[in-house]
Structures are given as C-alpha cells and as structure tokens.
Design a protein around this ligand. Structure first.
Ligand code: FAD
Length: 392
C-alpha cells in the first residue's frame, strides 16, 4: 500500500447489529456518523433541537475543502474526508457535488513573518505527500493571471487538492443516506444527555431514553450539553462571518493570511469570509446577521487582493468551536458517551472522516486518532480563541 492509499484508507467500522445508538445534533458530523452507524447495522436515533437538519453551523459554512494540513494526523483526516466527498459526488444518485478549485494562501511582501510561516508549513504539507507548491507573486500571476493582485505578494502556496461545495447539500444528502439506512431523525427538541448509563433526556426532562452509546455532536452547544451531564469540556464557541457578492469571480480559493480573510467562487458570484470574534460566544444568544464592520473589512480585502468591487447580497454569522491546542475533541468522554467538536472552522471539511471515525469508535473499533482524545484536557484550561486558517 502506498502512502497516498494509506491516507485514504477507510476506518474499519465493526458490525453494529443489536446496538442502540443516539446522536445529538443533525449537523454534517452527526448525520455522517448516524448514516455510518446505521449502515454498520446499528439502530440509530438522531435528536435535533432545530426544526430541520443543518440548523447549526453546517448550514452556515463557506464550503471550502482542502487537504493542505501540516501534521500527519490532520492530513489523514482531511485526505479521507476529501476522498469521501469525491465519492459522494461521483455517486450520481444525489444532488451533492464538489467543484475542484486550487487553494492559494499568501502573505504580503511586507509581512515576512507570515511569509516564512507559509513556506515552512507548505514544506511540511509536502512531506506528508500533499500537492502544495510554494511560489511568489510572479508565480501566482503566471498561474492565475489577473484573478488576484500579485505585485505586493511575498510568499504564497498553492494546494492543488482543494474544492468547494454547498454545505447545505451535503447535510441534506447525509440526512437522506441516514434515513435510507433506517435512522430516525427527531427534530424540535433540545435534548440533554446522561452518563452511567448513557441516555438522552427529552421533553425538558420528562423522558429519558437509554442507549448503548450516545454521540454528542451538538456544535456550539456541545460544551453546555455535556456540562449539564457533569462532563466538563475544553472548548469555546466563537463567532465568524461570511458574505455573498453578486459579481462573478472565477479565480482560485484564496486566503490572504496577512489580512486574515478568504474568498472563493460561488454560484451567485463570490463568497468571502472570516470576521472572527476571538472571544467566547454564548451559543443561545448571538447575532446571526453579518456585522457592518465585517462587510466593510471583507469588501476592502476583495478590492485590494482581487481588484473586485463587491455587490453584497447577504452577510451572516455562525459559531465555530475552539480548543486549547486547536485540535478537535473526538472520542469517548465517559463509558458509552462520545463527543465530536472543537473544529476551529474546519469541521465541515472533515465531517465525512470525523463522523466515520467516531462511528467506528462507538462500535468498538479503532477509528479515532489519539491526538484528538477529548480526555487530554480536564476542561479547566484557560486558553485564547485562535481562528482556524491562521498560519503560524
Ligand atoms: C461562516 C462560517 C463559515 C465556515 N466555513 C467553513 C468552511 O469553509 N469549511 C469548514 O470545514 N468549516 C467551515 N465552518 C465551520 C463548520 O461550519 C463547522 O465546523 C461544522 O459545520 C460543524 O459541524 P457539526 O455537525 O459539528 O455542528 P453543527 O452543524 O453546528 O451541528 C450541531 C447540531 O446540533 C444541534 N443541537 C445543539 N444542541 C442540541 C441539543 N441540546 N439537542 C439537540 N440538538 C442540538 C444544533 O441545532 C445543530 O444542528 C464555517 C462556519 C461558519 C459559521
């Protein structure tokens, strides 16, 4: 087996026949896990507080997908996720599709520190077999012409294995796959969980359902749901933003690391984002609208980096989840109780692999990387929120 094949090796999901399993949260991660658990033979119920699937961050994501990671564990997850995204696209039986598009991350010439970090990170990505080229402004210009402004670029890297998609279409495909495999999806109830034995508390505490295992994939609410069950988690929700503009853009996906903003082609024109608020957000009380300061900052970056005059049709916010070491919390937190959160803005692009890995672990398999073990923290750690695309 070559390295590349090893990176996309599916997780071994054991036979789940006879297992009763619950998943809290019908986002990209929970629905992927539910579909995989049911396909392995488990009897699966998904609980979702919203009126429909994708009510959390998965319905608000930018849909950027890439395998450009510098650490081996992250590369394995991202590469497996991309392989599954492609397979779902090729399936033909669903509305889901991906659009291949190179991912450029760059630093301005007057930002030497970030430029050095990009060069070093790209080298580590190549060491893990990722197709990532380091270049400069002239190299970008040769490759992408006038799509990007390049005269002020110092260092750039181009990841070939990248694409974009409509996240909502993944959520609805995963929900269809889950239902077809026999999963029951119950919406409109903000449930709680129990440990010892594992269970789901419904209707404000009126009903407790017992399960062999429970996965909490409740996005920004995960910490709160588990805290109420007496399980502290080292994670903080934080607010990020995105917008769509109507004028066409057909250049690469671009992250300007000096400016801390990204943009990509979109069926309606262009999607741009970041607008990170690096403070802990209250998952029950936050503004869903994009802020004026974000729209102004993002359109300024578009003007400077792509000579693009934005015509904004909508701007919105959503919540991501941070951890002390910027790695996810994926695995068991108590006997039969599992968690999947802490994605630092990468949770959608990893969902096909993280859902699959935690499904395998719930059925007794070896799916989850030790690096992501949620019990590496005790929940009392003090830490700063750092935006996920940051290169340092
Ligand atoms: C503007 C923006 C842009 C982003 N761009 C990208 C990107 O380009 N690429 C990328 O990889 N990631 C991106 N992300 C991050 C990505 O959206 C998340 O990491 C990912 O969607 C997390 O998926 P999830 O299934 O873990 O959580 P969610 O999608 O949030 O799902 C959790 C679900 O649990 C439900 N829930 C919560 N509490 C309860 C309860 N008590 N009972 C029942 N249900 C409950 C919620 O309603 C929700 O539906 C972006 C996020 C935002 C906001």
């Amino acid at each position: 087996m070559t390295d590349a094949e090893a990176f996309v090796r599916p997780f071994e999901i054991p036979d789940g026949s006879g297992e009763r399993v619950a998943v809290v949260g019908a986002g990209a991660v929970g629905l992927t896990a539910a579909a995989d658990l049911a396909s392995a033979g488990a009897s699966v119920t998904v609980y979702e507080r919203g009126d429909a699937v994708g009510a959390g961050s998965s319905g608000r994501a930018a849909g950027i997908l890439y395998d450009a990671y510098a650490e081996d564990v992250d590369v394995r997850m991202a590469a497996r996720a991309l392989a599954r995204f492609r397979a779902f696209d090729a399936d033909g039986g669903t509305e889901f599709s991906v659009t291949p598009c190179p991912y450029v991350f760059l630093a301005r010439a007057d930002d030497g520190r970030t430029g050095e970090a990009i060069a070093e990170t790209a080298e580590r990505m190549r060491a893990h077999g990722r197709d990532v080229t380091t270049t400069d402004g002239a190299g970008l210009r040769d490759r992408f012409g006038d799509a990007l402004r390049t005269d002020d670029v110092g260092t750039a890297a181009v990841a070939a294995d990248a694409m974009w998609t409509d996240p909502a279409s993944y959520v609805s495909m995963a929900a269809d796959c889950a239902r077809a495999a026999g999963v029951g999806i119950l919406t409109g109830d903000a449930v709680g969980v129990r440990t010892d034995p594992p269970g789901v508390v419904r209707r404000g505490g009126a009903v407790t359902e017992r399960y062999d295992s429970v996965l909490v994939a409740a996005g920004a609410h995960t910490k709160r749901v588990l805290a109420e069950a007496g399980v502290p988690l080292a994670t903080k929700p934080y607010r990020v933003q995105a917008l769509v503009s109507r004028r066409p853009y057909d250049g690469p996906i671009c992250y300007d690391a000096t400016e801390g903003a990204y943009f990509r082609p979109h069926p309606e024109g262009l999607l741009a984002g970041d607008g990170t608020e690096a403070v802990e957000a209250d998952p029950d009380e936050w503004s869903r609208e994009g802020d004026e300061w974000f729209v102004e900052a993002a359109t300024g970056v578009l003007d400077r980096r792509a000579n693009y005059e934005a015509d904004v049709s909508r701007a919105w916010a959503g919540l991501c989840t941070a951890t002390p070491d910027r790695k996810p919390l994926l695995g068991a937190v108590a006997e039969g109780v599992f968690v999947a959160t802490g994605w630092h803005g990468h949770g959608f692009m990893w969902a096909p692999a993280s859902g699959e890995a935690v499904a395998a672990a719930m059925l007794g398999g070896e799916g989850v990387e030790e690096t992501y073990d949620p019990r590496r923290f005790d929940g009392s750690e003090a830490f700063e929120v750092v935006e996920g695309m940051t290169v340092d």
